[in-house]
Design a protein around this ligand. Structure first.
Ligand code: DAS
Length: 325
């Protein structure tokens, strides 16, 4: 290993990339069974890309990730970023909630050094596991000087996505991480990275949010609207919550009876769409005294609302925040 190589820190959190199961199979495995060191050891040639230092934050399926892990990862990256020897970060993570973690970190890490999240759709013990290639490409990206200042990225199946816009779009295919609208940040072919687009929404050092001083995040719940949705459901979910996100139909629609309850809940309500594509406008949200999620899907609107509520409960301020990020 050459001393001239840059240092990349890999933070392991679990997921299918660290999953073990019946040899060759892609289902019925246990996520979070292999350490981050062992995943690294399974990737041929990765040691030529960077000096790697591994830290195991946790080893869980990403459905078990909580605000505690988010805050821990953000604070740890902010601390390690001070080290001039460290040039970038990779986080190994389950794909189920990878899009939420990517957006949270995009808004809370305070460094221009590349932060790249990756994972896998097939466990390490499957035929043609995708984890090793994804990790190789993630380290390549984290060590790339041109990756600096692009916010938190997700590297998956040869593509580089922005943390704000990436979503999980399939339950099984190896290209499950994708985005619906907007451009790809870049693509990777062997050791070559081609850069294409950048989001114009502020992130990392330009974001007003910080993990410092926070031990937990406000409680936000999500109501998924459907035909015959109980009109009292919003009031039930609002009990003990700091904010509510509605996954409305179409451009944020709900029944009149349900919509009428939002203004009297006593907590901020953000309207998104269950379609996970396209925008909800503030004019539509205005009718129920709510805040529009813009083009954020419900789970990402919840991330932004939780962070926004660490600063304000004022509707005008929340409208500004959702227009900005
Ligand atoms: N087991 C799931 C998770 O940890 C799926 C995955 O990683 O692909 O999110």
């Amino acid at each position: 290993m050459s001393d001239e190589l840059k240092k990349v820190v890999i933070l392991g959190t679990g997921g299918t990339i660290s999953g073990k199961g019946e040899a060759g199979k892609t289902t019925g495995y246990s996520a979070g069974s292999i350490s981050v060191e062992d995943i690294i050891a399974s990737v041929p040639g990765i040691e030529k890309l960077a000096r790697l230092e591994a830290e195991q934050i946790c080893n869980v399926a990403s459905d078990n990730i909580t605000d505690k892990e988010w805050l821990r990862i953000a604070k740890r990256i902010n601390e390690l970023a001070e080290d001039p020897e460290v040039c970038g970060f990779v986080i190994t993570h389950g794909t189920d909630t990878m899009d939420e973690t990517a957006f949270f970190l995009n808004l809370t890490v305070k460094t221009e050094k590349p932060v790249v999240i990756t994972g896998a759709m097939r466990p390490a013990t499957a035929i043609s596991a995708d984890g090793p290639m994804n990790l190789y490409q993630a380290v390549l990206t984290a060590a790339c000087p041109e990756a600096a200042g692009r916010g938190v990225m997700v590297v998956f199946a040869d593509r580089i996505y922005g943390g704000r816009d990436v979503q999980k779009r399939s339950t099984y295919i190896v290209t499950a991480l994708d985005q619906v609208e907007g451009g790809l940040l870049g693509v990777i072919r062997d050791e070559e990275i081609r850069w294409y687009y950048e989001s114009c929404r502020p992130h990392t050092v330009k974001s007003e949010f910080s993990p410092e001083g926070l031990e937990k995040l406000p409680v936000v719940r999500v109501l998924y609207f459907h035909v015959d949705c109980d009109k009292d459901m919003a009031a039930r979910l609002a009990e003990g919550a700091d904010g509510l996100v509605i996954a409305g139909a179409g451009a944020g629609g709900t029944s009149k009876e349900l919509g009428k309850t939002f203004a009297s809940l006593g907590i901020p309500v953000v309207i998104s769409s269950r379609i996970s594509s396209g925008t909800v406008t503030q004019s539509a949200a205005e009718r129920s005294g709510s805040v529009a999620a813009d083009n954020l899907p419900p789970q990402k609107a919840a991330v932004l609302l939780r962070l926004a509520l660490t600063k304000t409960k004022e509707r005008d301020e929340l409208i500004r925040i959702f227009r900005t990020y």
